[in-house]
Design a protein around this ligand. Structure first.
Ligand code: HAM
Length: 439
């Protein structure tokens, strides 16, 4: 009789568009978090974390129902309590909700907040585009002055430049509710003339939200977009002055920028300044923009708060990690252990547990592999880790109350009284650091 093959269990796989952040990448993540919080501290931003889940209406209203993010990409569902919820596709709307809900209007204005938070968009997964991704962001609520727009751009510019990235600041103004209607009428007229040449998606946008045609990445739309009327030519006096001031402040800060009328952003809440950070200056940089932001003076009121001007920026962490890793940017590595603690036999294992704690408390970074019994395997591991010394406790050392110190460089071994191990190992480590520095 032929024996049936045992059924192979299917190994689980990542959900499409998700990404594991493996140990070898963590140092880049840690470094980015460090750079973001250092910048935040310098410029007086306080950290905020809002929940991943919000009521779906917050995004429908805040980001706009006719945007790709809300219409096509948002994960939303009705929970067991019949609440209509969504996984946040971005953080700004949640921050504004928190600003209103916690009465931050009563604090000294402006309120400056920053975050590093996961977001979710059901986009087509491709290079630099995930369905769960992290954003770091800076938001300033309660200040209309153009100087704050320039400051937000300056923070992000400095942040990316400190990571040696050849970025460009692409900037535009999308006007305000006073001057945008006249522009939208012109834009609609223009695209209507070319309706036959527009992509299907853009024909649908024409009726709902013609501004979104300017974000289109469809091939047939691109030549039409280049010649489309531009918002900057329709700005009202106030918006024009505001924009000129932003540019003047950037010049004062010596921040180079590229005026780019196509930076209208994919979310509906923007007014006046909009900007994106691209790698390089070419149009291709847009597909993988490192970040984007702008002014959103109407959002607080739209979400139920008082009229409050605001401006902010968010950058994608995955895209930033991939840039600095591919360009071989040297991020500081976590300090390596300098000592390995090896044990032989049951009694010795017990003793090393407390020795490990004592070494740790004395500030000495130690590695161990308590599960392994053989000395050879432990020494091999110590060698691989590149430690300076291995401490060995076996049966004999337990009886004699001693511990053996093995110098991994020359293989010399010395037995010392176990009660003196901390000062002894500290002395040797200091010596080996001095030797290292002299090399
Ligand atoms: P956003 O341009 O939609 O703006 O996203 C900001 C950044 O998040 C993008 O430039 C990109 O680096 C990253 N990102 C977006 N989607 C993905 C994805 N699917 N995979 C990987 N990275 C992604 C906003 O979200 C606004 N809330 C920014 C803002 C803050 N405006 C004012 N304040």
């Amino acid at each position: 009789m032929v024996k049936a093959e045992p059924k192979k269990k299917k190994a689980y796989q990542l959900v499409k568009g998700m990404k594991d952040i493996l140990p070898e990448d963590q140092r880049y993540w840690d470094y980015i978090k460090h750079v973001v919080s250092t910048m935040a501290d310098i410029y007086g931003f306080k950290r905020i974390e809002t929940p991943v889940l919000e009521f779906v209406d917050l995004f429908n209203k805040g980001i706009g129902q006719a945007t790709d993010v809300v219409e096509k990409e948002m994960y939303n569902f009705v929970d067991q309590g019949e609440d209509h919820l969504a996984l946040r596709p971005e953080v700004t709307a949640g921050v504004v909700r928190a600003y209103i809900e916690h009465g931050m209007l009563n604090l000294t204005q402006p309120v400056k907040l920053f975050y590093i938070s996961p977001c979710f968009r059901r986009e087509k997964p491709q290079g630099g585009r995930y369905r769960q991704f992290y954003q770091f962001g800076f938001e300033v609520l309660g200040e209309a002055d153009a100087v704050v727009d320039a400051q937000i751009i300056s923070i992000t510019y400095k942040l990316y430049r400190s990571l040696n990235l050849p970025i460009s600041v692409q900037i535009n103004s999308v006007g305000c509710p006073d001057c945008r209607p006249a522009y939208l009428t012109q834009l609609k007229e223009y695209f209507k003339r070319y309706k036959g040449k527009l992509s299907e998606a853009s024909v649908a946008r024409l009726a709902k939200n013609p501004l979104r045609i300017l974000d289109s990445k469809e091939k047939e739309d691109l030549p039409l977009i280049v010649d489309a009327p531009q918002q900057v030519d329709f700005l009202c006096e106030n918006c024009k002055n505001h924009f000129i001031q932003v540019l003047e402040y950037l010049e004062e800060l010596e921040i180079p920028y590229v005026l780019n009328p196509s930076i209208v952003r994919g979310l509906d809440y923007y007014s006046r300044t909009t900007f994106e950070i691209w790698v390089g200056e070419e149009e291709g940089g847009r597909q993988s923009a490192l970040g984007g932001g702008g002014r959103y003076d109407g959002l607080v009121a739209m979400l139920g708060g008082q009229e409050t001007p605001a401006v902010g920026f968010a950058g994608g962490v995955e895209r930033l990690v991939s840039q600095i890793r591919d360009r071989d940017f040297k991020v500081p590595e976590a300090t390596k252990p300098k000592v390995f603690l090896a044990q032989l036999g049951g009694e010795a294992k017990k003793k090393t547990l407390s020795i490990f704690e004592k070494l740790n408390e004395a500030g000495i970074k130690v590695y161990e592999n308590f599960g392994k019994g053989g000395l050879k395997a432990q020494l091999e591991q110590a060698d691989k880790l590149g430690v300076h010394f291995t401490l060995i406790i076996g049966q004999k050392e337990i009886i004699d109350k001693t511990i053996m110190i093995r110098d991994m460089e020359n293989g010399n071994q010395e037995v010392v009284d176990i009660s003196k191990i901390i000062p002894e190992i500290k002395k040797r480590l200091e010596r080996s650091v001095v030797n290292e520095e002299q090399v």
